[in-house]
Design a protein around this ligand. Structure first.
Ligand code: 5AD
Ligand code: SF4
Length: 438
């Protein structure tokens, strides 16, 4: 069968889509980029805010139209990802054109589910959480020729229970993957040409296995021969221990960039969110990170207009952004989610106030981002060559600080892919930098 997957959401979803592809290809199915060609179409979506939830639902509608017009009644439409876990069988009442629902911990069963659908042609919903045993973590089997960067899952789920967040409900309790399995997967993908690894987990730095902590794991991964760069996402400030911070100054591969969600700048808001750290704790972590690695770039997530957020509270978010000087930030208005304590709070910040606050945050963050990027002009950056560039005759790569850099290369991509080169930044564009090889 030809299958098509539309993915919305975080890096974890992107990673999951790749694993689904591997599972289906192994079972004899073929991927296609064209939904019209597919006999099997899936939407893999996140539900962290209401908007992606809506997007997922309307995408299944678009696929249904394709079902009526193009591939005929034989098209199977499925909903997978966090939305699938959230809605379960309810989806069939809500959306009569959806044939199956499979949540993230059950993707290994997809070939069987598809066979059953073909034979019995009735709705199937498979949801719920795995134990978190070795076989419950789907390993990367193949990497494509141009893949020099890969994600490796080190934990599933989250039980931090920040009061606004649906993740603990849809991704389940925390299950930590064994270090040996993580290291084996990294060695495997490095042997296939991968040079950069990003460790994935909802609360990635809370990882532990017996006495082994997250920093021990970082130190072991750092020794993997052939690995050039290491990143992780997303850490929780509460687990940024001194040992993890020290790794930024000590480990060869650990890149000088961290995405450290803060969510808000006022202690009252942080407390009501259940974040379990203070503004001062966060600023202290930032100070220590900068001491360990003065050139580290720090990005963050922010929730704007959380219930009870006063004008003064909001000003504290702005002042925290100023104090840290984030290189970028993802900021979203608070979105009440089912099964969360915050859903029951009075969503009392009016929509127009939320919009105005969000606009103010965007303006400040954009100014900081521009300043950060302008500060890179004339600097020399180490680039991992990843693909074709913005213009003809250019290639592109990523700097350790995550910036995309395009540069003219005398050699084709096939000779340059996965190489580390040094470029001097000559120009700053809205979404990328331009440089020349030094
Ligand atoms: N409303 C708005 N943003 C949210 N996030 C999580 N839950 C919500 C919500 N209910 C944001 C947080 C988190 C990121 C992944 O999504 O900022 O860090
Ligand atoms: Fe959600 Fe908080 Fe867990 Fe992050 S740490 S996934 S925000 S509950």
């Amino acid at each position: 069968m030809k299958f098509y997957i539309k993915t919305f959401g975080c890096q974890m979803n992107v990673h999951d889509t790749r694993r689904i592809e591997e599972i289906l290809v192994k079972a004899g199915h073929q991927p296609t980029q064209e939904s019209r060609e597919a006999q099997l179409a899936m939407v893999n979506s996140c539900t962290i805010r209401q908007k992606p939830w809506h997007k997922a639902i309307s995408e299944t509608g678009r696929l249904r139209k394709g079902k009526l017009k193009g591939s005929g009644e034989n098209l199977l439409v499925g909903l997978v990802g966090c939305v699938a876990q959230q809605e379960g069988e309810n989806v069939f009442d809500l959306l009569s054109h959806v044939d199956f629902v499979v949540s993230p911990d059950n993707y290994a069963q997809l070939p069987q589910i598809i066979d059953d659908l073909i034979r019995q042609k009735k709705h199937i919903a498979v949801t719920g959480f795995s134990e978190g045993n070795a076989e419950d973590f789907l390993s990367i089997e193949h990497v494509s020729e141009n893949e020099v960067s890969a994600f490796v899952t080190i934990m599933k789920g989250c039980q931090e229970r920040c009061r606004y967040c649906i993740v603990p409900t849809v991704r389940g309790p925390e299950r930590h993957r064994g270090a040996e399995q993580i290291l084996n997967e990294i060695r495997h993908v490095v042997s296939l040409g991968v040079r950069e690894i990003t460790l994935l987990g909802q609360k990635v730095n809370a990882w532990q296995e017996g006495e082994r902590r997250f920093f021990d794991l970082l130190m072991e991964i750092d020794k993997v021969a052939g690995l050039e760069r290491l990143r992780f996402t997303s850490p929780h400030p509460r687990h940024m221990t001194p040992e993890v911070i020290d790794c930024f100054g000590q480990l060869r591969t650990l890149c000088e960039a961290i995405h450290l969600p803060v969510q808000a700048g006022a202690n009252t808001t942080l407390k009501r969110m259940g974040r379990r750290y203070t503004r001062e704790d966060y600023l202290n972590i930032v100070e220590r990170l900068r001491k360990a690695r003065p050139d580290i770039s720090i990005s963050t997530d922010l929730i704007i207009g959380y219930p009870g957020e006063t004008e003064d509270d909001f000003r504290e978010t702005l002042s925290l952004i100023e104090e840290v000087g984030f290189s970028s930030a993802f900021s979203f208005k608070f979105s009440p989610r089912p099964f969360t304590p915050a859903e029951k709070l009075n969503d009392d910040v009016p929509e127009d106030v939320k919009s105005a606050r969000l606009a103010a945050v965007h303006e400040l963050v954009n100014a900081q981002e521009t300043a950060f990027r302008n500060g890179l002009r004339n600097s020399e950056l180490e680039i991992l060559v990843e693909g074709e560039g913005r213009m003809k005759s250019q290639l592109s790569g990523r700097a350790r600080n995550h910036q995309i850099v395009n540069f003219v290369s005398a050699h084709p991509l096939s000779q340059m892919i996965g190489k580390l080169i040094t470029v001097r930044v000559t120009d700053i564009h809205p979404n990328s930098l331009e440089g020349e090889i030094v």
